[in-house]
Ligand binder design. Structure first.
Ligand code: ADP
Ligand code: MG
Length: 729
């Protein structure tokens, strides 16, 4: 009998939910481990408090002396909560968050005067060894050293006994080595561009904030079962495993009652989130068995991104207490739904207006339409770039692989808004007559809030959908840092808003148009220009692929192809014109992402080769030996007649040999392809070789293994099966 699998099954099946009690009301716990306004007011002098506020709201610099005061207060607050260490907490391009803990504790060189110390210098800057993090060649071009620098817009927090200070991570020459730096720059550009446009409608607007509400999907698997699968542990997904007879076809999991163990885990997790100030709100079962979703109240984008990174970390840690393993991979199991991370995105003014929310008056609806249409145009003009921003090896299993959503980026706006755009398209060129303007305002622009109320058709197949008061970018992978998608989306929309402002101003000045006339005129042209991106139909259908091709939309089904757009001339110009990333930074990211893709596929190939050779084949041989014994026994009894009674066994013996041969030869061929790919020197070519020459073997090898799983005695099979992974609650 296979020991690891059956031990794991025994462990998992006797597991009880651990005891967990909430320690207080959420609203009271919320943010108690965050150095937020309340804590700052208590621990900082009013000057220091104002300094932080200024930095958060207006980006004003904090000088060293003030930093010392802030650090002092922060330290006192942390010590009062039993904290011993501090760390800069940052997001290098590895995908995981990074931290290096230092104790507050210090002594003199001779061991005297032990004391807890933490000053402005430690708060503001640290120097982790940049050469150990991916830098996409920046290391070769420039100095290897990098440093982390405090981001006061995301508050420090305590996790365990460590004070974590969110920081950016940059090289000494100023190039961004992380996800946060370009995001902060993009959000800044967005603020400026959107504020300028808002002034057409309301002079009081001084700041526009991009908001993000992510929805995190994940699987929860019993820890012992997960540990019994080397592929899950090494690659985050199952590389083989026959689909379970029951999968998600009965639709009995989605929104069903949450299994007790999972629910206890969620409650524990939510309490941790409350302490950390992550405003989680929604929890439910997702479509696949053992798949769940968690969503917060939306926040300012930088904070929301930090919170998502932190959440993923906390989810893994809390899972350990519950003997569970969280799977963030986009496609851990073949044959059931994968996981995504919908990015709900909007823009909010400091006057309290959601710019993507239609409202009561025609004027504010013209503002809504302005932002709405500019967003559509931005996506229209940069669809390939947006696709590139979400390209990863894991996400390839969703995009373009017959799963939500397709690899083609399109925008869904619903029937009602489609009609509104059609009417706006008919606006007269040049100055509008007073009648036309009144009619537009009363009957088109003014009617939007009413029509939206019954605009309930939500197209689940669209990668970028307008959902009433926000756009929902659904193609983001569950394992991704939201920064890539948010940096790109905010950058393209900011650029678009800048262009819009220029065009409207030009019409006002050169054509002597009224502001409204100019806006209507520019929007009309944008609607005409952006038709190719709007699609209301079934995004999974073949008809759409053909149609999208005709429209000239990109359809990159694999990461190596999709990533090309990351370093296209358009991308280089966009990011450098806006001051978000220079050419070196953009190209470095492209290199890093290609390399990450290659490495992921390389690791998957190796792990699959190992498992197929060391688990599957020996098991198959063992079973085959039993069959052979059986056949020779039958021969002893039945003599020449044995073939009649041993017929099925003999067929099985041959079948097993055929699959063993299949595995062996394909593993050898795959290894040869890997060797060929490994000598390529160009990152793009290597990634393409891994994608086109190595990866196709995964399916072939898997087929043989999965067939054997069906043939071989269940008692002998060493790898925990799909039904056990997916249905153990
Ligand atoms: P679903 O898409 O599953 O139906 P909802 O439509 O309720 O879920 O929205 C989910 C997410 O949208 C939540 O995380 C919520 O915080 C976020 N959201 C709502 N309004 C905004 C907004 N103005 N900006 C950004 N995110 C928002
Ligand atoms: Mg959603």
């Amino acid at each position: 009998m296979s020991t690891i699998r059956f031990q794991a099954l025994r462990e998992a099946s006797t597991r009880k939910p651990i005891k967990f009690e909430e320690t207080g009301r959420k609203s009271i716990l919320f943010g108690s481990n965050v150095f937020n306004d309340k804590a700052m007011k208590q621990y900082l002098t009013s000057d220091a408090f104002k300094g932080v506020q200024g930095a958060v709201q207006h980006g004003t610099k904090i000088d060293r002396k003030l930093a010392d005061y802030i650090a002092m207060g922060m330290k006192e607050w942390a010590l009062s909560k039993g904290v011993t260490h501090y760390t800069h907490w940052f997001q290098p391009l590895t995908g995981a968050t990074a931290e290096k803990h230092d104790a507050f504790f210090e002594t003199s060189y001779d061991g005297s005067d032990p004391v807890e110390k933490f000053g402005g210098a430690q708060l503001v800057q640290q120097e982790p060894d940049a050469s150990s993090f991916p830098n996409g060649g920046i290391r070769n071009t420039f100095e290897a050293r990098g440093y982390t620098a405090w981001d006061p817009t995301s508050p420090a927090f305590i996790f365990g006994t460590t004070l974590c200070i969110p920081t950016v991570f940059i090289s000494y020459t100023g190039e961004a080595l992380d996800y946060k730096t370009p995001l902060l720059r993009a959000l800044q550009v967005m603020d400026e561009a959107a504020t300028e446009v808002c002034k057409y409608f309301d002079k009081n607007v001084k700041k526009v904030t991009a908001t993000l509400g992510w929805e995190q999907e994940y699987f929860l698997i019993d820890r012992a079962l997960a540990l019994s699968r080397p592929d899950l542990m090494m690659t985050g997904r199952t590389l083989l495993g026959h689909t379970s007879a029951k999968g998600q076809q009965l639709d009995d999991h989605y929104f069903g009652s949450i299994p007790t163990r999972a629910l206890t885990y969620m409650r524990d997790l939510e309490q941790e989130c409350m302490l950390l100030g992550i405003p989680v709100k929604t929890r439910h079962n997702e479509v696949a068995p053992n798949q769940f979703e968690l969503a917060p109240i939306f926040e300012e984008t930088n904070l929301a991104v930090d919170h998502n990174c932190l959440l993923m970390d906390v989810m893994e840690k809390v899972a350990e207490r519950h003997d569970l393993k969280v799977l963030f991979h986009e496609k851990p199991f073949k044959g059931v739904n994968g996981s995504g991370k919908h990015n709900n995105w909007s823009l909010a003014t400091d006057t309290g207006v959601n710019l993507l929310s239609p409202s009561k008056t025609p004027m504010s609806n013209l503002q809504f339409l302005t932002f709405f249409i500019n967003t559509i145009k931005a996506v229209n003009d940069n669809e390939a770039l947006l696709r590139g921003a979400i390209a990863t090896a894991g996400n390839d299993h969703r995009l373009g692989a017959n799963e939500a959503p397709p690899a083609i980026i399109s925008v869904f706006i619903g029937e009602q808004l489609t009609k509104v755009l059609a009417e706006l398209e008919g606006v007269t060129a040049g100055k509008l007559s007073p009648e036309e303007k009144t009619d537009l305002k009363l009957n088109v622009v003014g009617k939007i809030p009413d029509v939206l109320l019954d605009n309930t058709d939500r197209n689940r197949t669209s990668p970028f959908a307008f959902t009433g008061n926000k756009f929902e970018f659904r193609a983001v992978g569950s394992n991704s840092n939201c920064s890539n998608s948010m940096t790109t989306l905010n950058a393209i929309v900011a650029k678009q808003l800048r262009d819009f402002k220029k065009e409207v101003d030009a019409l006002i000045e050169s054509k002597d148009m009224k502001k409204d006339d100019a806006i209507f005129n520019v929007l009309r042209e944008y609607i005409k220009h952006s038709k190719k991106i709007l699609f209301e139909g079934d995004g999974y259908s073949e008809a759409w692929e053909i149609e999208a091709g005709k429209r000239g939309l990109s359809n990159f089904k694999t990461t190596p192809l999709a990533l090309k757009a990351r370093a296209s001339k358009q991308a280089l110009d966009l990011f450098s014109d806006l001051g978000i990333m220079n050419h070196i930074e953009v190209e470095a990211r492209y290199e890093i992402e290609l390399e990450e893709y290659t490495k992921k596929i390389q690791i998957e190939g190796r792990v699959l080769g190992d498992i197929a050779t060391n688990h599957v084949i020996p098991t198959a041989i063992r079973y085959q030996n039993t069959l052979i014994e059986n056949v020779s026994g039958l021969k002893n009894i039945f003599g020449a007649d044995f073939e009649k009674v041993a017929k099925e066994q003999i067929i099985l013996i041959k079948e097993i040999s055929r699959h063993i041969e299949g595995i062996n030869s394909k593993v050898v061929e795959m290894t040869n392809e890997r060797k060929k790919a490994n000598v390529l020197t160009d990152g793009q070519e290597m990634a393409e070789a891994y994608c086109d020459e190595v990866k196709p073997y995964f399916e072939v090898i898997r087929e043989h293994c999965d067939k054997l799983e069906l043939l071989v005695d269940n008692e002998l099979w060493t790898l925990t099966k799909y039904r056990e992974l997916l249905f153990t609650k």
